[in-house]
Design a protein around this ligand. Structure first.
Ligand SMILES: Cc1cc2nc3c(=O)[nH]c(=O)nc-3n(C[C@H](O)[C@H](O)[C@H](O)COP(=O)(O)OP(=O)(O)OC[C@H]3O[C@@H](n4cnc5c(N)ncnc54)[C@H](O)[C@@H]3O)c2cc1C
Length: 128
């Protein structure tokens, strides 16, 4: 994210009365598994009842990388609208390509890419 976008988002957040603390997280405290406090490296602490974060993603296997598939900055296999990767003949669908993960998304994308794979196979083998 560029500096301008970062500053714009910060302003929008502050307009909503949300405070921004910029320090590294040291640890969390909980009570019976329920999050209670966040302790920062600068020793400040803040009480909280929920915590949202975006964990870094990585592929389960090195196969996509070994095949030469482009991996985007979020750790997902880069595909086009038809589930094609940058490597001819290699398609990807499902959790390895999207952040919004669900069975419906996976099945929908899988159905579409299957149709395209069949089309490519037919064209490859029965080209006139
Ligand atoms: C805890 C949890 C709860 C969820 N609840 C819901 C829900 O309620 N509703 C919903 O719609 N979605 C839910 N999801 C999301 C949903 O399960 C996934 O979006 C969906 O299963 C993705 O399908 P997929 O085929 O892309 O990946 P997966 O289902 O993860 O399948 C990938 C397969 O590849 C195999 N594999 C990995 N590496 C290798 C290898 N090197 N060689 C061979 N095989 C390999 C794995 O063993 C796995 O079987 C949930 C996910 C989680 C984790």
């Amino acid at each position: 994210m560029d500096l301008n976008s970062f500053q714009r988002i910060n302003r929008e957040i502050q307009k909503k009365g949300i405070e921004i603390f910029q320090s590294e997280i040291e640890r969390f405290e909980h009570e019976d598994g329920q999050i209670k406090n966040i302790i920062m490296k600068d020793e400040s602490q803040h009480s909280l009842t929920a915590f949202f974060f975006r964990p870094p993603m990585e592929q389960q296997t090195s196969i996509p990388k070994e095949l030469g598939c482009n991996i985007n900055e979020m750790g997902l296999i880069q595909i086009d609208d038809f589930s094609k990767t940058n490597v001819p003949g290699v398609f990807a669908t499902g959790d390895n390509t999207v952040t919004l993960r669900s069975l419906a998304t996976t099945i929908g994308a899988g159905t579409n890419s299957t149709a395209l794979i069949v089309k490519e196979l037919v064209e490859e083998n029965f080209a006139m």
